[in-house]
Design a protein. Sequence first.
Length: 450
Amino acid sequence: MTSKVFWDLAIWMAGFGLLVGVIFPFAVIVLGVQPTIALRAKFFAGALVAGVTVGLVNFTITRVVVGARLHQLSARMQYVGATLQQATFSGDWSKCSPEACQLLVDSNDELGDAAGSFNRLLESLAASREIELAIKSVGDSLTGHLAFDELVSTVLDQYMTHAMAGAGAVVVERDGKLSVDAQRNFIGDLLADQQALRKRSITSVEIPGDLTVDGVVISFRPREVLVVPAWFGGQPLGGVILAFSENIHPNTSRLLEAFQASTAVALNNALTHERFQRLATLDPLTEAYNRRFGLNRLNEEFSRSTRTGVPLGVLSLDLDHFKRINDTYGHLAGDKVLRSVARDMFSSMRSGDILVRTGGEEFLLLLPGAGHNDVATLGERIRRATEMNKIDVGVAEVTVTISLGALSYYGVGAQDPEELLSKADQAMYVSKESGRNRLTVTRLQTPIHS
């Protein structure tokens, strides 16, 4: 009837009272009152006034009781709306937490239901804000890292924190093989279920009956394990495995789904960066490190050995009569020989040794922690493996030999890395001048033939 509820209520109540006032004189006649009395103008007018008065009194009571409650609800909503609007720009959401802004539910009726619905709306807004902040936190953390090791560590920390997992691992697929690139507590046995990592959706995997997570801080048997795969460009990159000691919160999977897209983009960028970094440091023909990277590592290892006295082994290697192979069989045959000799070197090296191609047929081998006996043993092993290898170059099988110069640096005997490398080269030239296909080990003073 009007644009205001209480005006409508007043009109309806006054109208209803007026109707009761009209009907009342006729009703009392039925109850035995004489019509001459009931239908008198004064009695009739009194009934009408009484009916309207009762209606207006009821309206006033309703306005006081219901209006106050509605005013409280309206005022709180206005406060929350203004606070949320301010927080949107200021970022300070502490003034309107669900506890600070919720209404008191003190009745079991429609008004109580409205207050309860308002409180649930506040809780939903707070939960939505927490999810928004979690997504932003993960996104900001991932965009701040391009180095692969730092990225996967950050991914795992963020996932475990927001999902409240007790253990976890980041698994990455390279060339069809899975590797654990970051982990918190022990979770390696879960890699047995590789199919879950090749699905697009988050999967709860079956837990082996004897699986126990043993960590530095915690030790527990997981109650549930989630696998969060990462896909980019239609290809699986790996994913995150999370183990939980308690039942998973119903919203955890939905939260992790919100992380998937940004995680996949960040992982793909980091893997691409890693590949480019690797390509920038490798010789494409032999897959040994290139000269620039190798000399940088020589400087690092030289400084470390100078500080600590831990030995550094250096091997300078050169193929004998390599030009003759190129002239006889062509440069493609020469490339095959270089690749084959490099493979022999890789198979003879220890874990942590560094092979560098410094020139056409020249190589440098850095051996951190290797003493005199170690460089002599490894150098001789490489020399014999190369000598015994028959290389098919298409039109023939050829054999090659190498000449080697070796030394071990203990922090004394050389002023800088260039002098150390020069002494290794001098030992290699001694091998060349002494007939080739041999190793010369020097103690930075007098070379010793072997």
